[in-house]
Design a protein around this ligand. Sequence first.
Ligand code: ACO
Length: 357
Amino acid sequence: MGSVIAGTGMYVPDNVVTNHDLARIMDTSDEWITTRTGVKERRFADRGVGASDLAIEASHRALDAAGVGPSEVDVVVTATMTPDYMAPGIAGLVQEGLGLGHIAAFDLRQQCSGFLYGLDLADSLLTSARGEVALVVGAEVHAGFQPWSEASWQAVLGDGGSEIPREDYERNSRYRSWSVIFGDGAGAMVLRKSDNDVEGVLASSLHTDGASFELIMVPGVGSKSRPYVSSEQIEADTHLPVMDGGGLYRRAVRLMPEAARAVATKAGISLEDIDLIVAHQANDRITEGVRRQFKMDPQKVPSNIGGYGNTTAGTLPILFHELREAGRVNPGSLICFAAFGAGAHYGALLYREPESP
Ligand code: ACO
């Protein structure tokens, strides 16, 4: 009795920042970013726009696509690592912004695996009779944690004419290994409870490797600090992410396929039966590693990182929405969602597209 995806939607901000734009504010190049990550451009939200705003836009589109009105939604799950405020999370803002009434609304903090965990949680709620319709949304505004000055922002978003101070260029270059990867965006899905146990969400295999916690994290600005935010922390840049890119890469290419194999075994299906692996988009070389592990036709492990970068909790629903729009998800298609990210949380979920809508 899995839940079926009744509608999908996505929203990305209008501001496009290319690799060439980034090369104006730090020591990098389109060639390095393209060959090492696959990213060509990403979107960034305007100042004053938060993850909840993107989530609400994407959700409106998913609800429209599903033909579901706000009063029909029973539960909302929002996944983000870039909430509008330190606390609370964005679930309340999304519930209120969509006019959903006083229903249950959860925030998940599973970063790149946030949407996958959200899908599984929403499915469990529906299959355990907590409601008929769930909205799951992943949204990120990474613009806020870029280490860039106002002059740098003007240079990347402007006409390309402005020069930035030397010290800004040097600071931006210090953080180039992670700052070129991320972009802003949101994706949403409306799930509807189904009585049919051969379609919809079939099985999941979710995991956490807490020993890898420090591979990507924001070390400052939290309850271990007194006060939790201080000018000293900001001075020391502990409010910015630290990332061991190689460590993440090695685990992602091993653990995403491992989770995909585990979920296939659980559901009693063969990996060859999977039509599409919708994998988290952190780096095209990771997606390539997943393809190699499964010796799969590249078409079966699609990528859209070139246009958006890593949108963390947004990547799975954005990619799935684009594949559906492109006619790549057909009645009966067997889809494996897989993700790996900060925490380190990872896993996979199997989904069968219904034969009839
Ligand atoms: N432009 C130019 N040169 C760069 C850049 C850049 N943007 N970034 C790093 N370099 C340089 C380094 O300084 C280094 O130079 P050196 O050899 O002179 O010291 C060289 O390039 C190689 O650096 P590596 O870090 O070894 O590069 P690598 O090929 O590993 O790529 C990357 C780094 C892109 C970060 C890669 O490791 C990666 O994507 N890993 C996975 C990251 C990931 O999965 N993050 C997802 C989790 S996110 C989440 O959960 C929210």
